[in-house]
Design a binder for this molecule. Structure first.
Ligand SMILES: Nc1ncnc2c1ncn2[C@@H]1O[C@H](COP(=O)(O)OP(=O)(O)O)[C@@H](O)[C@H]1O
Ligand SMILES: [Mg+2]
Length: 171
């Protein structure tokens, strides 16, 4: 049985170690149980760092039945799960002005949750109240020589991640 290792680095930010795709998926799924309508989840990290895998896990947690893929070309995918899910991806964005015309409030202030891949490309337009998830593609090794990648989670003010607050949670 696999384990997602969690190390808290301060009161706000959690450092999670993910050893494989399944762990990142399960982390997303578990994280989804903390979400409520109106939540915004900004995902940061280079290509291949696991942003889409995390969103796929979160969508599974939100009972989305459709196969979730990155909306790199269309910018936005909408799914219906327990609550509406908006999956945005700004990878192909050249400048913030390209999305200024989109009615982002429709996704950011709504009855569902919004996941934003490549959030850094629209930083100035992101609501301040958001979860920030930073994923890394760099492979690290722990003391037992097990490979892992870092995932950092930061909740918005007034929210906590106690649902994830287990030293080692199993699935
Ligand atoms: N611990 C891990 N978590 C997530 N993905 C991983 C991990 N280790 C290797 N991978 C690989 O990295 C890739 C991540 O892809 P993806 O989620 O599409 O990245 P992004 O959306 O950040 O560009 C997948 O092909 C997956 O097989
Ligand atoms: Mg992606």
């Amino acid at each position: 049985m696999q384990v997602v290792r969690k190390i808290e680095i301060n009161n706000e930010t959690f450092e999670i170690r993910s050893c494989n795709v399944e762990e990142t998926f399960q982390l997303g799924k578990r994280f989804a149980s903390l979400l409520i309508p109106g939540d915004i989840v900004a995902l940061y990290g280079e290509l291949g760092s696991g942003k889409t895998v995390f969103v796929q896990g979160a969508c599974a947690g939100l009972d989305v039945q459709e196969y979730v893929t990155s909306p790199s070309f269309t910018l936005i995918h909408e799914y219906s799960g327990k609550i509406p899910v908006y999956h945005l991806d700004f990878y192909r964005l050249n400048s913030v002005s390209e999305i200024e015309d989109l009615d982002l409030d429709r996704y950011y202030r709504c009855d569902g949750v919004a996941f934003i891949e490549w959030a850094e490309r629209s930083e100035s337009l992101l609501p301040r109240m958001r979860f920030s998830i930073q994923l890394s593609r760099e492979i690290q090794h722990d003391s037992q020589n097990i490979n892992f990648r870092h995932i950092y989670l930061k909740p918005p003010k007034g929210r906590d991640l106690t649902g994830l607050c287990i030293e080692n949670f199993r699935y």
